[in-house]
Design a protein around this ligand. Structure first.
Ligand code: FDA
Length: 390
Protein backbone atom coordinates (compact mmCIF):
# COMPACT_ATOMS: atom_id res chain seq x y z
CA UNK A 1 0.00 0.00 0.00
CA UNK A 2 0.93 3.64 -0.30
CA UNK A 3 0.87 5.09 3.19
CA UNK A 4 0.33 8.80 2.44
CA UNK A 5 -2.62 11.21 2.37
CA UNK A 6 -1.92 12.59 -1.10
CA UNK A 7 0.15 11.56 -4.13
CA UNK A 8 1.30 14.47 -6.28
CA UNK A 9 2.40 13.60 -9.81
CA UNK A 10 4.82 16.28 -11.05
CA UNK A 11 7.13 18.49 -9.02
CA UNK A 12 6.67 21.74 -10.96
CA UNK A 13 5.38 24.86 -9.23
CA UNK A 14 1.80 23.62 -9.34
CA UNK A 15 2.50 20.26 -7.73
CA UNK A 16 4.95 21.60 -5.18
CA UNK A 17 2.68 24.44 -4.05
CA UNK A 18 -0.12 21.97 -3.35
CA UNK A 19 2.28 19.53 -1.67
CA UNK A 20 3.77 22.26 0.54
CA UNK A 21 0.35 23.55 1.68
CA UNK A 22 -1.08 20.10 2.38
CA UNK A 23 2.06 19.13 4.33
CA UNK A 24 2.59 22.38 6.25
CA UNK A 25 -0.95 23.72 6.68
CA UNK A 26 -2.84 20.46 7.05
CA UNK A 27 -0.08 18.31 8.54
CA UNK A 28 -0.73 15.56 5.99
CA UNK A 29 1.78 13.20 4.41
CA UNK A 30 2.46 13.85 0.74
CA UNK A 31 4.41 11.78 -1.78
CA UNK A 32 5.63 13.76 -4.79
CA UNK A 33 6.82 11.79 -7.82
CA UNK A 34 8.44 13.12 -10.97
CA UNK A 35 9.63 11.22 -14.01
CA UNK A 36 12.59 13.55 -14.42
CA UNK A 37 15.74 13.24 -12.34
CA UNK A 38 15.23 16.68 -10.77
CA UNK A 39 12.43 18.62 -9.12
CA UNK A 40 10.96 21.96 -10.22
CA UNK A 41 9.48 21.11 -13.62
CA UNK A 42 10.52 23.55 -16.30
CA UNK A 43 11.55 26.20 -13.80
CA UNK A 44 14.53 24.03 -12.77
CA UNK A 45 17.94 25.65 -13.09
CA UNK A 46 21.44 24.28 -12.63
CA UNK A 47 24.94 25.64 -12.13
CA UNK A 48 27.03 25.16 -15.27
CA UNK A 49 30.02 23.08 -14.16
CA UNK A 50 32.62 24.87 -16.27
CA UNK A 51 31.70 28.47 -15.45
CA UNK A 52 29.60 28.42 -12.27
CA UNK A 53 26.88 30.37 -14.10
CA UNK A 54 23.25 29.51 -13.29
CA UNK A 55 21.53 28.14 -16.40
CA UNK A 56 17.75 27.83 -16.85
CA UNK A 57 17.74 24.41 -18.54
CA UNK A 58 14.28 24.79 -20.09
CA UNK A 59 14.58 28.38 -21.27
CA UNK A 60 14.61 31.78 -19.62
CA UNK A 61 12.40 32.00 -16.52
CA UNK A 62 11.41 35.46 -15.37
CA UNK A 63 9.34 35.81 -12.25
CA UNK A 64 6.75 38.59 -12.22
CA UNK A 65 3.34 38.97 -10.59
CA UNK A 66 0.72 41.48 -9.53
CA UNK A 67 -0.95 38.94 -7.27
CA UNK A 68 -0.14 39.91 -3.66
CA UNK A 69 -0.97 36.49 -2.29
CA UNK A 70 1.38 34.76 -4.72
CA UNK A 71 4.13 37.32 -4.05
CA UNK A 72 3.82 36.86 -0.28
CA UNK A 73 3.83 33.07 -0.69
CA UNK A 74 6.89 33.04 -2.96
CA UNK A 75 8.76 35.28 -0.51
CA UNK A 76 8.44 32.62 2.20
CA UNK A 77 10.92 30.51 0.25
CA UNK A 78 13.20 32.98 -1.47
CA UNK A 79 14.24 36.60 -1.70
CA UNK A 80 14.21 38.27 -5.10
CA UNK A 81 16.80 40.42 -6.83
CA UNK A 82 15.87 43.72 -8.47
CA UNK A 83 16.24 42.26 -11.99
CA UNK A 84 14.02 43.97 -14.57
CA UNK A 85 13.51 42.11 -17.85
CA UNK A 86 14.23 43.84 -21.16
CA UNK A 87 14.44 42.23 -24.60
CA UNK A 88 16.24 43.39 -27.73
CA UNK A 89 15.99 42.13 -31.29
CA UNK A 90 18.56 41.94 -34.11
CA UNK A 91 16.97 42.68 -37.48
CA UNK A 92 19.20 42.93 -40.58
CA UNK A 93 22.30 43.58 -38.54
CA UNK A 94 20.72 46.30 -36.40
CA UNK A 95 19.59 46.05 -32.77
CA UNK A 96 16.17 47.39 -31.75
CA UNK A 97 14.39 47.50 -28.38
CA UNK A 98 11.36 45.24 -27.84
CA UNK A 99 8.41 45.11 -27.43
CA UNK A 100 7.79 47.58 -30.26
CA UNK A 101 7.88 51.03 -28.67
CA UNK A 102 8.58 54.61 -29.66
CA UNK A 103 12.32 53.88 -29.62
CA UNK A 104 11.83 50.94 -32.04
CA UNK A 105 9.60 53.00 -34.34
CA UNK A 106 11.88 56.03 -34.50
CA UNK A 107 14.97 53.90 -35.09
CA UNK A 108 13.20 51.82 -37.74
CA UNK A 109 11.80 54.82 -39.66
CA UNK A 110 14.87 56.99 -38.96
CA UNK A 111 12.73 59.71 -37.51
CA UNK A 112 11.85 61.62 -34.37
CA UNK A 113 8.08 61.10 -34.21
CA UNK A 114 6.16 62.26 -31.17
CA UNK A 115 3.82 59.69 -29.62
CA UNK A 116 0.85 61.17 -31.55
CA UNK A 117 2.71 61.22 -34.85
CA UNK A 118 3.83 57.61 -34.40
CA UNK A 119 0.30 56.56 -33.50
CA UNK A 120 -1.07 58.26 -36.63
CA UNK A 121 1.58 56.58 -38.81
CA UNK A 122 0.88 53.10 -37.47
CA UNK A 123 -2.88 53.66 -37.78
CA UNK A 124 -2.45 54.69 -41.42
CA UNK A 125 -0.21 51.71 -42.24
CA UNK A 126 -2.57 49.32 -40.44
CA UNK A 127 -5.49 50.50 -42.61
CA UNK A 128 -4.11 48.58 -45.60
CA UNK A 129 -6.87 45.95 -45.59
CA UNK A 130 -9.46 48.72 -45.84
CA UNK A 131 -11.75 47.25 -43.20
CA UNK A 132 -11.70 43.67 -44.58
CA UNK A 133 -11.55 40.97 -41.88
CA UNK A 134 -8.06 39.39 -41.71
CA UNK A 135 -8.16 35.86 -43.11
CA UNK A 136 -4.87 34.61 -41.79
CA UNK A 137 -2.10 35.53 -39.40
CA UNK A 138 -0.24 37.51 -42.05
CA UNK A 139 -3.21 39.79 -42.71
CA UNK A 140 -3.91 40.03 -39.00
CA UNK A 141 -0.36 41.26 -38.36
CA UNK A 142 -0.63 43.94 -41.06
CA UNK A 143 -4.03 44.92 -39.72
CA UNK A 144 -2.69 45.36 -36.19
CA UNK A 145 0.57 47.29 -36.71
CA UNK A 146 1.00 47.93 -40.43
CA UNK A 147 3.12 46.07 -42.96
CA UNK A 148 6.62 47.55 -42.37
CA UNK A 149 6.78 46.84 -38.63
CA UNK A 150 4.95 43.52 -38.99
CA UNK A 151 7.29 42.24 -41.71
CA UNK A 152 10.44 43.35 -39.88
CA UNK A 153 9.72 42.14 -36.37
CA UNK A 154 6.82 39.68 -36.41
CA UNK A 155 6.35 37.81 -39.71
CA UNK A 156 9.49 35.71 -39.97
CA UNK A 157 9.82 35.34 -36.20
CA UNK A 158 6.32 33.85 -36.11
CA UNK A 159 7.11 31.65 -39.12
CA UNK A 160 10.14 30.31 -37.24
CA UNK A 161 8.13 29.71 -34.07
CA UNK A 162 5.51 27.72 -35.97
CA UNK A 163 7.62 26.44 -38.86
CA UNK A 164 4.66 27.45 -40.99
CA UNK A 165 4.06 30.31 -43.42
CA UNK A 166 1.96 32.93 -41.53
CA UNK A 167 -0.41 33.02 -44.50
CA UNK A 168 -1.31 29.46 -43.55
CA UNK A 169 -1.74 30.16 -39.84
CA UNK A 170 -5.08 31.24 -38.35
CA UNK A 171 -5.48 34.95 -37.56
CA UNK A 172 -6.57 33.96 -34.06
CA UNK A 173 -2.99 33.10 -33.00
CA UNK A 174 -2.39 36.80 -32.38
CA UNK A 175 -5.27 38.86 -31.08
CA UNK A 176 -3.10 41.88 -30.30
CA UNK A 177 0.42 43.10 -30.91
CA UNK A 178 1.18 45.63 -28.22
CA UNK A 179 2.83 48.82 -29.45
CA UNK A 180 3.94 51.33 -26.84
CA UNK A 181 3.98 54.98 -27.76
CA UNK A 182 6.58 55.75 -25.09
CA UNK A 183 10.24 54.79 -24.73
CA UNK A 184 9.37 52.36 -21.94
CA UNK A 185 10.84 48.97 -22.91
CA UNK A 186 10.31 47.24 -19.60
CA UNK A 187 9.00 43.82 -20.67
CA UNK A 188 6.52 43.15 -17.84
CA UNK A 189 4.03 45.56 -16.29
CA UNK A 190 3.56 43.68 -13.02
CA UNK A 191 3.83 45.18 -9.52
CA UNK A 192 6.53 42.68 -8.53
CA UNK A 193 9.42 41.35 -10.56
CA UNK A 194 12.79 39.76 -9.81
CA UNK A 195 14.86 36.60 -9.85
CA UNK A 196 15.39 34.28 -6.89
CA UNK A 197 18.56 35.49 -5.14
CA UNK A 198 20.15 32.05 -4.80
CA UNK A 199 18.51 30.52 -7.86
CA UNK A 200 15.34 28.69 -8.86
CA UNK A 201 16.46 25.31 -7.60
CA UNK A 202 17.22 26.61 -4.09
CA UNK A 203 13.72 28.16 -4.00
CA UNK A 204 12.07 24.96 -5.24
CA UNK A 205 14.05 22.75 -2.84
CA UNK A 206 12.94 24.86 0.14
CA UNK A 207 9.31 24.32 -0.89
CA UNK A 208 9.82 20.55 -0.87
CA UNK A 209 11.87 20.55 2.34
CA UNK A 210 9.25 19.47 4.87
CA UNK A 211 9.17 16.35 7.06
CA UNK A 212 5.71 15.48 5.67
CA UNK A 213 6.93 15.55 2.06
CA UNK A 214 8.74 12.71 0.36
CA UNK A 215 10.02 13.25 -3.19
CA UNK A 216 10.77 10.36 -5.56
CA UNK A 217 12.52 11.30 -8.78
CA UNK A 218 12.93 9.19 -11.91
CA UNK A 219 9.47 7.79 -11.22
CA UNK A 220 6.93 7.74 -14.05
CA UNK A 221 3.30 7.51 -12.91
CA UNK A 222 2.50 5.12 -15.77
CA UNK A 223 5.40 2.74 -15.13
CA UNK A 224 3.81 -0.26 -13.47
CA UNK A 225 7.18 -1.59 -12.33
CA UNK A 226 7.33 1.37 -9.91
CA UNK A 227 5.92 0.87 -6.39
CA UNK A 228 3.76 3.97 -6.87
CA UNK A 229 1.91 4.14 -10.18
CA UNK A 230 -1.50 4.90 -11.62
CA UNK A 231 -2.73 1.31 -11.42
CA UNK A 232 -2.11 0.85 -7.70
CA UNK A 233 -2.79 4.39 -6.47
CA UNK A 234 -5.93 5.69 -8.20
CA UNK A 235 -8.98 4.79 -6.13
CA UNK A 236 -6.87 4.08 -3.04
CA UNK A 237 -5.14 7.40 -2.32
CA UNK A 238 -6.13 10.93 -3.44
CA UNK A 239 -4.02 12.06 -6.40
CA UNK A 240 -3.09 15.43 -7.86
CA UNK A 241 -1.94 14.81 -11.43
CA UNK A 242 0.04 17.58 -13.19
CA UNK A 243 1.31 15.57 -16.18
CA UNK A 244 -0.27 15.69 -19.67
CA UNK A 245 -4.03 15.09 -19.47
CA UNK A 246 -4.16 13.11 -22.74
CA UNK A 247 -1.43 10.74 -21.52
CA UNK A 248 -3.42 10.02 -18.34
CA UNK A 249 -6.24 8.59 -20.46
CA UNK A 250 -3.91 6.67 -22.82
CA UNK A 251 -4.60 9.30 -25.51
CA UNK A 252 -8.06 7.76 -25.94
CA UNK A 253 -9.52 10.97 -27.42
CA UNK A 254 -6.46 11.70 -29.57
CA UNK A 255 -3.23 13.60 -28.91
CA UNK A 256 -3.32 17.24 -27.86
CA UNK A 257 -0.84 19.23 -29.95
CA UNK A 258 2.09 21.22 -28.56
CA UNK A 259 5.06 23.22 -29.69
CA UNK A 260 8.41 22.25 -28.28
CA UNK A 261 11.80 23.97 -28.14
CA UNK A 262 15.29 22.70 -28.80
CA UNK A 263 18.10 24.36 -26.89
CA UNK A 264 21.78 24.46 -27.87
CA UNK A 265 24.02 25.43 -25.01
CA UNK A 266 27.56 26.69 -25.52
CA UNK A 267 30.36 28.05 -23.32
CA UNK A 268 32.25 30.83 -25.08
CA UNK A 269 35.71 32.16 -24.13
CA UNK A 270 34.51 35.77 -23.82
CA UNK A 271 33.41 37.75 -20.76
CA UNK A 272 30.30 39.09 -22.44
CA UNK A 273 28.75 37.81 -25.66
CA UNK A 274 25.71 40.07 -26.23
CA UNK A 275 25.46 42.50 -23.31
CA UNK A 276 21.95 41.39 -22.31
CA UNK A 277 19.94 38.35 -21.25
CA UNK A 278 17.72 37.78 -24.29
CA UNK A 279 18.32 38.76 -27.91
CA UNK A 280 15.61 37.90 -30.43
CA UNK A 281 16.44 37.03 -34.04
CA UNK A 282 13.35 37.83 -36.13
CA UNK A 283 14.92 37.30 -39.60
CA UNK A 284 14.24 34.26 -41.77
CA UNK A 285 17.90 33.58 -42.56
CA UNK A 286 18.77 32.88 -38.89
CA UNK A 287 17.50 29.45 -37.84
CA UNK A 288 17.10 30.15 -34.11
CA UNK A 289 14.50 32.46 -32.56
CA UNK A 290 16.61 33.84 -29.71
CA UNK A 291 19.84 33.63 -27.77
CA UNK A 292 19.92 33.66 -23.97
CA UNK A 293 23.07 34.73 -22.11
CA UNK A 294 22.71 33.60 -18.53
CA UNK A 295 25.31 35.74 -16.72
CA UNK A 296 23.15 38.82 -17.31
CA UNK A 297 20.25 37.46 -15.23
CA UNK A 298 22.48 38.00 -12.17
CA UNK A 299 24.70 41.05 -12.64
CA UNK A 300 25.02 41.16 -8.83
CA UNK A 301 26.90 37.84 -8.77
CA UNK A 302 30.64 37.50 -8.93
CA UNK A 303 30.82 35.31 -12.06
CA UNK A 304 33.99 34.42 -14.03
CA UNK A 305 35.12 37.28 -16.27
CA UNK A 306 36.56 35.28 -19.18
CA UNK A 307 33.77 32.84 -20.01
CA UNK A 308 30.07 33.02 -20.66
CA UNK A 309 27.20 30.57 -21.27
CA UNK A 310 24.78 31.14 -24.12
CA UNK A 311 21.82 29.09 -25.30
CA UNK A 312 20.26 29.24 -28.75
CA UNK A 313 16.53 28.47 -28.90
CA UNK A 314 14.83 26.70 -31.81
CA UNK A 315 11.09 26.13 -32.05
CA UNK A 316 9.07 23.35 -33.71
CA UNK A 317 5.98 21.16 -33.47
CA UNK A 318 6.28 18.53 -30.74
CA UNK A 319 6.06 14.86 -31.58
CA UNK A 320 5.41 12.06 -29.12
CA UNK A 321 8.44 11.84 -26.84
CA UNK A 322 9.27 15.57 -27.13
CA UNK A 323 8.79 17.88 -24.16
CA UNK A 324 5.43 19.66 -24.55
CA UNK A 325 5.99 23.42 -24.04
CA UNK A 326 3.25 25.57 -25.57
CA UNK A 327 -0.31 24.36 -26.30
CA UNK A 328 -1.19 24.88 -29.97
CA UNK A 329 -4.91 24.92 -29.25
CA UNK A 330 -6.42 24.18 -32.67
CA UNK A 331 -10.18 23.61 -32.95
CA UNK A 332 -9.48 19.86 -32.81
CA UNK A 333 -7.40 20.35 -29.66
CA UNK A 334 -10.24 22.22 -28.00
CA UNK A 335 -12.73 19.45 -28.83
CA UNK A 336 -10.38 16.82 -27.49
CA UNK A 337 -9.72 18.86 -24.35
CA UNK A 338 -13.46 19.00 -23.63
CA UNK A 339 -13.64 15.21 -24.03
CA UNK A 340 -10.71 14.77 -21.63
CA UNK A 341 -12.36 17.11 -19.13
CA UNK A 342 -15.44 14.87 -19.18
CA UNK A 343 -13.28 11.81 -18.58
CA UNK A 344 -11.46 13.65 -15.77
CA UNK A 345 -14.76 14.29 -13.99
CA UNK A 346 -15.26 10.54 -13.79
CA UNK A 347 -11.92 9.91 -12.07
CA UNK A 348 -12.73 9.58 -8.40
CA UNK A 349 -10.32 11.37 -6.04
CA UNK A 350 -8.04 12.52 -8.85
CA UNK A 351 -7.45 16.24 -9.37
CA UNK A 352 -5.92 17.56 -12.61
CA UNK A 353 -3.82 20.69 -12.42
CA UNK A 354 -0.98 22.73 -13.87
CA UNK A 355 0.21 23.50 -17.36
CA UNK A 356 0.08 19.94 -18.70
CA UNK A 357 -2.88 18.68 -16.67
CA UNK A 358 -5.15 21.48 -17.93
CA UNK A 359 -3.52 22.04 -21.37
CA UNK A 360 -2.87 25.74 -20.94
CA UNK A 361 0.23 27.86 -20.81
CA UNK A 362 0.80 28.99 -17.22
CA UNK A 363 3.47 31.35 -16.00
CA UNK A 364 5.00 30.42 -12.65
CA UNK A 365 2.92 32.95 -10.73
CA UNK A 366 -0.24 31.66 -12.42
CA UNK A 367 0.62 28.06 -11.56
CA UNK A 368 1.24 29.03 -7.92
CA UNK A 369 -1.97 31.09 -7.77
CA UNK A 370 -4.07 28.31 -9.31
CA UNK A 371 -2.53 25.75 -6.94
CA UNK A 372 -3.34 27.90 -3.89
CA UNK A 373 -6.94 28.17 -5.14
CA UNK A 374 -7.12 24.39 -5.58
CA UNK A 375 -6.00 23.99 -1.98
CA UNK A 376 -8.71 26.44 -0.83
CA UNK A 377 -11.47 24.93 -2.93
CA UNK A 378 -10.73 21.21 -2.87
CA UNK A 379 -8.02 20.09 -0.48
CA UNK A 380 -8.84 22.16 2.60
CA UNK A 381 -12.52 21.05 2.52
CA UNK A 382 -11.32 17.47 1.99
CA UNK A 383 -8.73 17.33 4.77
CA UNK A 384 -10.49 19.60 7.28
CA UNK A 385 -14.15 18.94 6.51
CA UNK A 386 -14.15 15.36 5.24
CA UNK A 387 -15.51 16.39 1.83
CA UNK A 388 -14.85 14.21 -1.22
CA UNK A 389 -12.20 15.39 -3.66
CA UNK A 390 -13.65 15.17 -7.14
P1 FDA B 1 5.74 21.91 -15.08
O1 FDA B 1 5.80 21.50 -16.50
O2 FDA B 1 6.75 22.85 -14.58
O3 FDA B 1 5.83 20.57 -14.17
C1 FDA B 1 5.18 19.36 -14.51
C2 FDA B 1 6.01 18.21 -13.99
O4 FDA B 1 5.28 16.98 -14.16
C3 FDA B 1 7.32 18.02 -14.73
O5 FDA B 1 8.40 18.07 -13.82
C4 FDA B 1 7.18 16.65 -15.38
O6 FDA B 1 8.40 15.92 -15.42
C5 FDA B 1 6.19 15.96 -14.47
N1 FDA B 1 5.50 14.84 -15.11
C6 FDA B 1 4.87 14.84 -16.31
N2 FDA B 1 4.39 13.61 -16.58
C7 FDA B 1 4.73 12.81 -15.54
C8 FDA B 1 4.53 11.43 -15.26
N3 FDA B 1 3.89 10.61 -16.11
N4 FDA B 1 5.01 10.94 -14.09
C9 FDA B 1 5.68 11.73 -13.23
N5 FDA B 1 5.89 13.06 -13.45
C10 FDA B 1 5.42 13.58 -14.60
N6 FDA B 1 6.94 31.03 -16.32
C11 FDA B 1 7.19 32.29 -15.89
O7 FDA B 1 6.55 32.73 -14.93
N7 FDA B 1 8.15 33.06 -16.49
C12 FDA B 1 8.89 32.62 -17.54
O8 FDA B 1 9.74 33.35 -18.05
C13 FDA B 1 8.63 31.29 -18.02
N8 FDA B 1 9.31 30.79 -19.08
C14 FDA B 1 8.98 29.56 -19.58
C15 FDA B 1 9.64 29.08 -20.71
C16 FDA B 1 9.27 27.84 -21.25
C17 FDA B 1 9.98 27.34 -22.47
C18 FDA B 1 8.23 27.08 -20.65
C19 FDA B 1 7.77 25.78 -21.23
C20 FDA B 1 7.62 27.54 -19.51
C21 FDA B 1 7.97 28.78 -18.97
N9 FDA B 1 7.36 29.24 -17.82
C22 FDA B 1 7.64 30.52 -17.37
C23 FDA B 1 6.34 28.40 -17.11
C24 FDA B 1 6.93 27.46 -16.02
O9 FDA B 1 8.03 26.74 -16.47
C25 FDA B 1 5.96 26.34 -15.58
O10 FDA B 1 5.48 25.76 -16.75
C26 FDA B 1 4.81 26.81 -14.78
O11 FDA B 1 5.29 27.27 -13.54
C27 FDA B 1 3.78 25.71 -14.59
O12 FDA B 1 4.26 24.70 -13.73
P2 FDA B 1 3.58 23.27 -13.66
O13 FDA B 1 3.90 22.71 -12.33
O14 FDA B 1 2.16 23.33 -14.05
O15 FDA B 1 4.27 22.44 -14.85
Amino acid sequence: GVDVDLVVVGSGFFGLTVAERVAAEHGRKVLVIDRREHIGGNAYSEVDAETGIEVHRYGAHLFHTSNERVWEYANRFTEFTGYVHRVYTTHRGEVFPMPINLGTINQFFRSAYTPDQARALVREQAAELGGRTPENLDEQGVNLIGRPLYEAFIRDYTAKQWQTDPRELPASIISRLPVRYTYDNRYFNDTHEGLPVDGYTAWIERMADHPNIEVRLGTDFFDESQPVNKANVVGNVPVLYTGPVDRYFDNAEGDLSWRTLDFEREVLPVGDFQGTTVMNYPDADVPYTRIHEFRHFHPERDYVKDKTVIMREFSRFAERGDEPYYPINTATDRERLLAYRELAKGEKDVLFGGRLGTYQYLDMHMAIGAALSMVDNKLTPHFEGGAGLA
